[in-house]
Every structure is written in C-alpha cells, then in structure tokens.
Design a protein around this ligand. Structure first.
Ligand code: SF4
Ligand code: SF4
Length: 356
C-alpha cells in the first residue's frame, strides 16, 4: 500500500495512466511538493477536495489532513489531538495491532541530561539493539535498509609516545606524529563500529558509544531550511518527520554522525513494531526523511529510562534531570571527571562522558 507516510519512489510513477490530476496530487506528500519547489496550486487544492467529496474514502481523508497539517510545534492542542487520533488509526491498521501515539509535552522543571561512564563500556552493543527495537528503526539487510542511531566505536588501544615516532613508514622526511600507517594507535578505522569479536571486552580495545548529543546549540537545527528539527523545552532535539524534506543539510552540519537518512522505505515487520510511540519519538518513519535519537520521549516523558540505559549490563549509562541537584546525572556532573565530545565546537552537548 502506498501512503503519504511511505511515499512512492516517484510521484510521477504513481500517477494513474488516465492522468487524473486529483489522484496524482493525492499521491504526493507535502515533502514531495516542497522538494519540487512548488507551492500548493489551486488545481491541487481542487483535486484533493474533489476526491474528499467521495464518501467512504477514509484514506483520502487521512491524506487530506496530512497534506495540510501544520508543523507540529505550531499546532494547537486540538490539532495535535486530531493528528494523534488519525495516526493511531492509521498505524493500527497498517501494523495490525493497537498503536498509541503519545503527544505528552515537555514537563516544566525538567531538562534531560545523559552521562556515560567511558571506563565501564564493554562494547557489547546491547544498547544499539535495544534502541533499534524500542524506536522502530529499519532493520532490512540490504544497503541503506538498516538504521542504527547508536554507534559503539571500537578504538584500538595505543600510545602516542616519543619512542614510536620513528617506527615504520614514512622514514626520514615525512610527517609522523604518533603511530604510523601500519600501527593505527588511537585511530578509529573504517568499519570498527561493526566489529564482530568472539567476546567482549577485547583486551586491545576501548569503546566509545556515540549518538545524538542533544546539543544546546545544535548546528542541525540552525541549517534546517524547513525548521522541522528543533529543541524541545525539556532538552531533546526532535524532528517532525512529516515536514522533513530529506535535504540532509542537518546530516552535513552535525559534527557527531548522529543523523540517519531513510534511503528506502523502512523495513519494520508488523510483529516487531513497538506500538507504544510518541509523535516526536519512535512513531514509524517514511522513506526520504532523516531521523535520530530523541532520548526515548515515549518513555522518558513518563518517568522511565531510555531503552539503552535500561539494557546496559554494566550500568555505564545514566540519565536524569539536570535541573534536579539530587538526580544521578547531576551528582555525576558535580563529582566525577566529565568531558564533552568536541567541546571546542561550542555545541554544548547534554550528553556527558565521565570516568572515576
Ligand atoms: S548531535 Fe548532531 S543531530 Fe544531535 S543535536 Fe547535536 S548537531 Fe543535532
Ligand atoms: S533533512 Fe534535515 S535539514 Fe533537511 S528538512 Fe529534514 S531535518 Fe531539516
């Protein structure tokens, strides 16, 4: 079934042979229209209205509503409630189970923060798996079909010491500051977030989990031309998937490799779909949009931990309210050795690494 949530590969391909313009318009999403640089024309409005006039066209009603849906952050509470009901009905039908779409807002007095004990991580990647399952990420096998928001980088242990300065190639003239082409001390090699060890932790490795840092000054928000990505009042940077036009500007701007593009229609088997969703969180995405970690809004706005925190077998991951001095994460910031990734970029992540 082709829907606006999962738009066709090409709107033109979906146009009926008869060339009926009303149906062709309904097959195009707002994102398609924006991508083509067009505004809604009078003929498109009339075409959609004509189809709406047909009784029993539930699908048309859904598409009509989505076609004219405002950006989520500009919607009134009533409009949000309408969108929620429409999506719940739609997803429940598509996934053959009762799906809820939460629209709980940010709670006053809450600023979410995350802390990760870099010494404790054993590189097991259970967090990656739990995140995929919780957040309805695409899990196909073909290139571009598998999406993982968390990456655990495997770093080879090494030292940049003076006695290694003259080892290996290049010798004599040449630039050689710590390690060399044959001993990649401290470097992340391509593919090392997909390592397959017999057992973890490996004796020659350290692990560095990364995901969206929920920056206070997020470059991704600055560059988004349609303002579909923004910071919520309780901290997480979110994306209204309905308005994302898939231009990938945010991916280029993010210094943390945190955003993923849905190159294909996401592969989300009905039996694997997590039916407890949030509009700005883990609801099913469509082809051609960007997505990323949102700290499990469907959980955390109800006092639960993100899935990755809950599943970590060594307790390396901590989460809580930065505005509460008694929260675990606040105590870590006050008492531990803490650093932020790429702090020099002034993105001010709310994701903190620490060690004892
Ligand atoms: S880590 Fe990247 S995607 Fe996340 S808020 Fe910062 S710039 Fe945006
Ligand atoms: S791809 Fe990124 S920058 Fe482009 S519209 Fe979507 S969220 Fe905004």
């Amino acid at each position: 079934m082709t829907t606006k949530e999962n738009p066709p590969a090409s709107a033109a391909q979906e146009a009926p042979a008869s060339g009926d313009p009303s149906k062709a318009v309904l097959k195009r999403s707002r994102r398609d229209v924006l991508r083509s640089g067009g505004m809604l024309s009078m003929s498109s409005l009339m075409g959609t209205a004509a189809l709406m006039a047909q009784p029993g066209e539930a699908k048309a009603a859904v598409e009509w509503a989505e076609h004219f849906q405002k950006n989520y952050r500009l919607m009134t509470p009533e409009e949000k409630a309408e969108a929620r009901l429409r999506l719940e009905k739609r997803y429940s039908g598509e996934y053959n189970k009762k799906v809820s779409v939460d629209i709980t807002e940010a709670q006053p007095g809450v600023l979410m923060g995350y802390a990760l004990n870099i010494r404790k991580c054993i590189g097991c990647r259970r967090c990656v798996k739990a995140c995929v399952e919780e957040n309805n990420q695409s899990r196909g096998a073909r290139p571009g079909e598998r999406i993982e928001w968390i990456q655990v980088l495997r770093m080879e242990r090494g030292e940049f010491t003076a006695d290694k300065m003259n080892q290996g190639y290049p010798e004599g003239l040449g630039i050689q500051v710590g390690g060399n082409a044959y001993s990649p001390a401290g470097q992340v090699l391509e593919g090392q977030y997909q390592y397959t060890p017999e057992a973890v932790p490996e004796k020659d490795a350290n692990y560095m989990p990364i995901a969206c840092m929920q920056c206070e000054k997020p470059p991704c928000v600055k560059v988004c031309p349609v303002r579909t990505t923004y910071r919520e009042a309780d901290g997480p940077v979110v994306i209204d998937y309905n308005w994302c036009i898939g231009c990938k500007m945010c991916m280029g701007a993010c210094p943390y490799w945190a955003r993923r593009f849905n190159l294909t229609t996401p592969v989300l088997p009905k039996e694997d779909m997590n039916p407890v969703t949030h509009y700005l969180g883990n609801r099913p995405r469509m082809r051609g949009v960007v997505e990323k970690c949102h700290w499990c809004l469907q959980r955390t706005r109800h006092g639960r931990y993100p899935a990755c925190v809950e599943v970590c077998p060594v307790g390396a991951r901590k989460f809580g309210n930065l505005l509460d001095p008694e929260s675990e994460v606040s105590k870590i910031l006050a008492r531990k050795n803490v650093f932020r990734l790429k702090a020099e970029l002034n993105t001010f992540p709310k994701f903190f690494y620490f060690y004892d």
